[in-house]
Design a protein around this ligand. Structure first.
Ligand SMILES: Nc1ncnc2c1ncn2[C@@H]1O[C@H](COP(=O)(O)OP(=O)(O)O)[C@@H](O)[C@H]1O
Ligand SMILES: [Mg+2]
Ligand SMILES: [Zn+2]
Length: 266
């Protein structure tokens, strides 16, 4: 069916120039033809879609940008100032990413209170880098990384150590991601094997000068990880303090007080 409602044998293409392949045929001199990227931008969009899929950003945060991060929703002037500072840093970090990337320095967002916006802003930086600069970024919680590593142990038993999908391969893949958000790096004690893996991943990323953006509920120095890891993180990331305040709770309180005002006719 085409737009006028009649049936045609020819399928209807969104872009007749490339017939939705992304490549258009161009006639040069002497009947010589060649293919070039179609100006409809299909290839670019497909590339972007692949990047966004690879990024594995949780649904809740998928369309969040640094620009839409709110700073007036925190309840005290000090907290609003911390949030404004974090937002400005995030904005400039994206703007100046190409130069900063050479230094290998990432960011470390911390605050003792859950729901203060750390994950929100870290993910927004990744989103902006992907959409504005076509940079490959990936999101993973600390738990996800550990679960993926554990899953490779099962693979080895099933397939034999020489097969693909090995732990070493996974660690190498994690090391090679240009921008990695490691969400919720813990304040809890971890087992030796966890320290060992995190050391390998972070040491590899540090040597390769890959950018890592961390979120955590404690200061870098208070992380209950091996000292060697803590030292790597100090080297790899600029610490940024977040307000010790939950936006969810503040927004809920605000809604309640608005409702109360309405009910009492203020
Ligand atoms: N400054 C903010 N602007 C807009 N939404 C926010 C802000 N801070 C937090 N949120 C929202 O509040 C919820 C909790 O934020 P989150 O980033 O997960 O907190 P944290 O990682 O610090 O525990 C999320 O749904 C997030 O989108
Ligand atoms: Mg979080
Ligand atoms: Zn086209």
């Amino acid at each position: 069916m085409n737009g006028s409602g009649e049936t045609t044998a020819e399928p209807v293409y969104k872009c007749p120039k490339c017939r939705d392949t992304g490549w258009e045929e161009v006639k040069g001199e002497n009947d010589y033809t060649f293919m070039r990227e179609c100006s409809c931008g299909l290839l670019q969009r497909q590339k972007m879609d692949r990047k966004l899929k690879f990024a594995a950003i949780p649904k809740e945060f998928q369309n969040q940008t640094v620009e839409s991060f709110m700073t007036d929703c925190y309840s005290t002037p000090q907290n609003r100032e911390l949030a404004q500072m974090a937002k400005i840093i995030a904005k400039r970090y994206v703007e100046q990413f190409e130069e900063i990337q050479e230094t290998g320095k990432g960011l470390y967002f911390y605050s003792s209170v859950k729901g203060s916006g750390k994950t929100r802003l870290a993910v927004s930086i990744a989103n902006d880098l992907i959409r504005q600069k076509m940079i490959s970024a990936k999101f993973a919680t600390t738990l996800q990384i550990l679960d993926q590593i554990k899953a490779t142990w099962g693979e080895i038993k099933k397939a034999g150590p020489e097969e693909g999908g090995s732990e070493q391969q996974l660690v190498n893949d994690i090391i090679s991601v240009p921008v990695l958000v490691i969400d919720d790096i813990g304040a809890e004690n971890v087992k030796d094997w966890v320290n060992e893996r995190f050391y390998n991943i972070l040491n590899g990323r540090m040597i390769e000068k890959r950018i890592t953006i961390f979120t955590s509920n404690c200061r870098i120095e208070d992380l209950k990880l091996d000292e060697r890891i803590v030292n790597r993180i100090i080297k790899m990331a600029l610490p940024i303090e977040f307000p010790a305040e939950s936006i969810r709770v503040s927004l809920a309180r605000k809604e309640n007080s608005d409702l109360l005002d309405r009910l009492l006719g203020k």
